[in-house]
Write a protein that binds this ligand. Structure first.
Ligand SMILES: *[C@@H]1O[C@H](CO)[C@@H](O)[C@H](O)[C@H]1NC(C)=O
Ligand SMILES: *[C@@H]1O[C@H](CO)[C@@H](O)[C@H](O)[C@H]1NC(C)=O
Ligand SMILES: *[C@@H]1O[C@H](CO)[C@@H](O)[C@H](O)[C@H]1NC(C)=O
Ligand SMILES: *[C@@H]1O[C@H](CO)[C@@H](O)[C@H](O)[C@H]1NC(C)=O
Ligand SMILES: *[C@@H]1O[C@H](CO)[C@@H](O)[C@H](O)[C@H]1NC(C)=O
Length: 621
């Protein structure tokens, strides 16, 4: 049900301009180039880390304004082979022409094979992932998944990346980092011992941590209110329904108003995909593939503080797979095992003892991203993230084994952010604003408690977490705060222009393609069951979040065939092609056994996974 009437603003005057509309552009471009070169020399040839992708460095163009429907494309700076960067002006509010305009950043990887079939819009997830980067930095690898006869269009959704206006609540990146430093939002909730959830001492500890959580969320929302005011409603924080309107609008401008919308989205991109096919008339929808499915019904209909229990549905199963694979691999490949084929429960016992010991005594980390300490909540939360990414299980095992033997630096560095301006860091860094951008999207998508009386208390959140620990995942029921920082929407100062809450049973002209690994596959099956004649599901027989978390040539080829017009058989099961703890010899044999084309595809899949991990966590691991 739409909370508002259908949109009135459509692209009326479609003008494609190849000229840069900013008159001072030449000068500005020169300035940006000079700054870029200075950065290049100062930061040792790693400007990408500082600026994000090159498209993001062009602040001169960010202020470009025009009327809705105006678009331009030009060479990215520096140039990327076969890629264009651009901007499109869209209505800030599709229901209110007086609200002004927003400017969406675009990246386009052009079809290399002709005839060209059209454009596919990409969303790498997050929410908060800058989609331009997926097209500009990973366009060539995405083309291996989708096909080289499509233009691949990445865009930074509202409030994100180079799209303007941007979400800004803190006055500087340092203020953002200091605000979260050493809090439960950065470090997760510590459950001092999961062995006795009835302990009153534990209950009190959890309530105290949730009080801190609530106070932080309230403070953050107040800052956003003050720094963005009503702009927050449109700009920084358009909900998913508005992003669907944007895609519809962009597709009309770019391909013409009668051409259908084609889309590929992973993780949060699957939520956007489900909104897309269900919100717009079926006649607008062309090829749509979604991967790593999150449940859109819960997303749109339950307050966000109630979501966490859903994020851990298969966490225990995946934990067991991780430990079993580790012990099968043995200590050289997985140092958490003492010997090959040690019972996985021994590994689990040692890890759990480590979490309990760390709850009593956090581990000092003097020489990490920042001087600090590793908490049990942080370690457990990070394990929950690692479990979703089987490709990096060897990295996870190494970081945990090192922490368990007293050196927590590596593990800690995955969790906490360095201060901006720190000297060249050996560690990946979590994107600024990750929590904020997610909040901005989720708070406009989910229903918010109507009155102060309905606001969840620290006790409510504790009870809910304990329920998740008791009934769904005994080890990770309260540990999703780092990966999925949800909740706190009761303090969010504004509602969006539009919320979409279903129904989710659209009848499409062409089936939507759903891909999901077995852990978890429930949400994929749910969408498939709601659209039995309008979707097909591929189930990948391996762990992880998104089929790309552990590459499968079979899944990838079916996706590519789909975009070439061949709908796979519903319920097809695909194996994976990479083992979780690969040794050099078997890697070599695998590569030898593959055709050149398959090898390239496998490499491409690894590249796409990185793009999605970066969209979600702000860094690649
Ligand atoms: C758990 O804690 C409660 C309250 O302290 C206590 O009554 C109970 O015996 C404990 N259970 C176990 C198995 O230790
Ligand atoms: C701790 O681990 C980090 C990262 O692996 C390493 O750089 C550092 O040298 C180690 N510290 C000690 C005291 O071994
Ligand atoms: C979809 O579900 C809604 C409400 O649940 C129902 O009214 C409608 O008839 C369904 N549409 C289709 C195409 O099945
Ligand atoms: C799906 O198609 C079958 C066979 O044509 C039909 O009987 C059924 O009603 C359809 N279901 C939906 C939900 O449209
Ligand atoms: C499609 O496949 C899934 C997974 O096997 C199954 O649950 C579902 O019932 C199938 N749908 C139809 C319409 O056969």
């Amino acid at each position: 049900m739409l909370s508002n009437p259908p949109p009135k603003i459509q692209p009326s005057s479609i003008r494609e301009s190849s000229k840069n509309p900013v008159s001072k552009s030449g000068r500005n471009r020169l300035l940006v180039l000079v700054l870029f070169l200075i950065a290049l020399s100062v930061f040792g040839g790693q400007p990408a880390r500082l600026f994000g992708h090159i498209c993001h460095g062009r602040s001169s163009l960010a202020s470009w304004s025009g009327s809705p429907g105006e678009i331009y494309w030009e060479q990215c700076m520096p140039a990327v082979n076969n890629v264009e960067c651009g901007r499109i002006i869209v209505p800030k509010d599709y229901f209110n022409p007086d609200a002004g305009t927003a400017s969406i950043a675009l990246g386009r990887y052009k079809a290399t094979k002709h005839p060209r079939k059209g454009s596919v819009f990409l969303n790498p997830g997050g929410p908060g992932g800058a989609g331009t980067k997926m097209a500009t930095a990973k366009g060539d690898v995405m083309a291996k998944l989708i096909g080289d006869d499509w233009d691949l269009i990445g865009f930074d959704p509202r409030g994100i990346g180079s799209t303007r206006p941007a979400t800004r609540c803190f006055s500087s990146p340092s203020e953002d980092i200091v605000f979260f430093a050493n809090t439960v939002i950065e470090q997760g909730i510590t459950v001092s011992s999961i062995s006795n959830l009835s302990s009153p001492l534990l209950y009190d500890q959890l309530v105290e941590q949730h009080r801190q959580f609530l106070a932080l969320k309230q403070t953050q929302a107040e800052l956003c209110r003050k720094n963005m005011g009503d702009e927050l409603r449109y700009m920084g924080t358009a909900g998913t329904a508005t992003v669907v309107r944007d895609i519809d609008f962009m597709a009309k401008v770019i391909e013409g108003k009668d051409e259908k919308i084609n889309y590929w989205g992973g993780s949060y991109g699957s939520i956007l995909g489900a909104y897309l096919v269900n919100m717009l008339p079926p006649s607008r929808i062309g090829y749509v593939a979604i991967d790593g499915i999150a449940n859109p019904i819960i997303w749109a209909n339950e307050p966000s503080h109630k979501w966490p229990i859903n994020w851990v549905a298969d966490a225990e199963k995946t934990y067991q797979m991780f430990l079993q694979d580790c012990s099968k691999a043995g200590p050289t490949l997985c140092p958490l095992a003492k010997h090959k084929d040690e019972h996985w429960k021994n590994l689990q016992r040692r890890l759990e003892e480590f979490f309990d010991a760390t709850a009593r005594n956090p581990i000092p980390v003097p020489f990490g991203n920042r001087p600090g300490f590793l908490t049990s909540g942080g370690a457990r939360g990070m394990l929950e993230i690692f479990l979703q990414q089987p490709t990096v299980w060897p990295t996870a095992a190494r970081a945990f084994a090192s922490a368990m033997s007293g050196n927590a630096t590596e593990l800690y560095n995955y969790i906490v952010r360095p201060m901006p301006g720190s000297p060249s860091l050996p560690w990946p860094t979590v994107a600024l604003n990750k929590d904020l951008v997610r909040l901005a999207v989720t708070c406009l998508d989910s229903p918010r408690p109507a009155s102060k009386e309905a606001f969840p208390t620290a006790e409510d959140l504790t009870d809910q977490g304990l329920k998740a620990l008791r009934e769904v995942s005994e080890h990770f029921g309260m540990s999703t705060g780092i990966s999925e920082p949800d909740g706190g929407c009761q303090y969010w100062p504004v509602d969006g222009p539009e919320r979409f809450t279903g129904p989710w049973n659209a009848s499409l002209e062409r089936e939507m393609l759903i891909a999901d690994p077995i852990t978890p596959k429930a949400s994929g099956l749910l969408i498939n069951s709601l659209m039995p004649n309008s979707s097909v599901i591929i189930i990948q027989d391996g762990p992880g979040h998104c089929s790309l978390a552990l590459p499968s040539l079979c899944t990838a080829k079916l996706q590519r065939a789909y975009f070439a017009g061949q709908v796979p058989k519903n319920g097809t099961v695909c194996g994976v092609d990479v083992s979780t703890f690969p040794d050099e010899e078997s890697e070599r044999l695998l590569m030898q056994s593959l055709s050149v084309e398959d090898r390239e595809l496998l490499d491409a899949l690894k590249g796409i996974r990185e793009s999605m991990v970066e969209a979600r966590f702000g860094f690649v691991f």
